[in-house]
Design a protein around this ligand. Sequence first.
Ligand SMILES: Nc1ncnc2c1ncn2[C@@H]1O[C@H](COP(=O)(O)OP(=O)(O)OP(=O)(O)O)[C@@H](O)[C@H]1O
Length: 299
Amino acid sequence: MKSVKKIVETTDLTVKFKDFLALNHINVSIEQSTGVIGLIGPNGAGKTTLLNTFIGQIGLFEGTVVAETAHIAYCPDTPEFDPYLSAFEIMQQSLRLAGKDVNAAKITQTLEQVGLFEHRYRIAGNFSRGMKQRLGIAAALVLEPQLLLLDEPTSALDPFGRADVLKIITEVSRRLTVIISSHILSDIQKIATSLIVLNKGQLIYEGPAADFITVNDHMATLALRDIEAGEATLNYLSHKGAEVQWDGQSQQVIFPDDQLSKILQLMIPMATQIRYLGRHEMTLERSFEDAVLQREGKE
Ligand SMILES: Nc1ncnc2c1ncn2[C@@H]1O[C@H](COP(=O)(O)OP(=O)(O)OP(=O)(O)O)[C@@H](O)[C@H]1O
């Protein structure tokens, strides 16, 4: 069997700032692969600290981090550049600082990937936040890493800038592993294939995103335009213990999802009256709250 190369492996990784335990016995393993790993947790959970240990920027109190640092590139949350250098010069500088050959074709190609080709000779001091974020990603990408670490890449951006950056990350992740730390859970839910979940310095989950985001309340909602339209359905559901709400615009019924096929049958003749019919999906936000509450209940 072909063995998978690990780029980072932590064993009982513990970081303290004076008496404050920022990371508490963390065991995670990142393999050379493709896809997006979402590193999530509330403010102060230890996300930035964990990323910094991967690149040897923080002293450990206990445990070990084994990392192929030559294959890891990092982009901070608000990348800062010399404001008088052009985007092209910043890319040259990134390669030089990493001791790599300055290859103009590679620079141009990377700037093209992040949508900055047209702006390559403009000075970065005049760039918008979104452009600076894309330039930061490009300056890391040009180093051809196997693992790209992006700390809060979307938190300072407006919805358009965020959408641009998420698209770039998704493209890039077809060729390498990208770890993106964020507390914007809806962004992570859109692009992450795996998750590392931290809370108060503790690891509460590491694994596939799909296994963390689960459907677990087993309920569904039917929203109708008109009460009378769904009378038979509502009568049927009221005998099944459904909860009926009226918000002034539509009749909304929340019912156990094992009744979905029966409701579909009953509603076929009045299909045009349906505003919404569907099973409750869990969001990453809900799953995260549940996981944290469960953990805190145990403590
Ligand atoms: N150099 C430091 N000295 C003292 N405390 C620190 C230092 N760096 C981080 N901390 C503390 O460690 C905890 C974890 O910080 P970290 O920045 O890793 O959290 P985070 O999950 O990235 O949070 P955020 O989402 O707010 O960026 C925080 O309580 C922070 O105040």
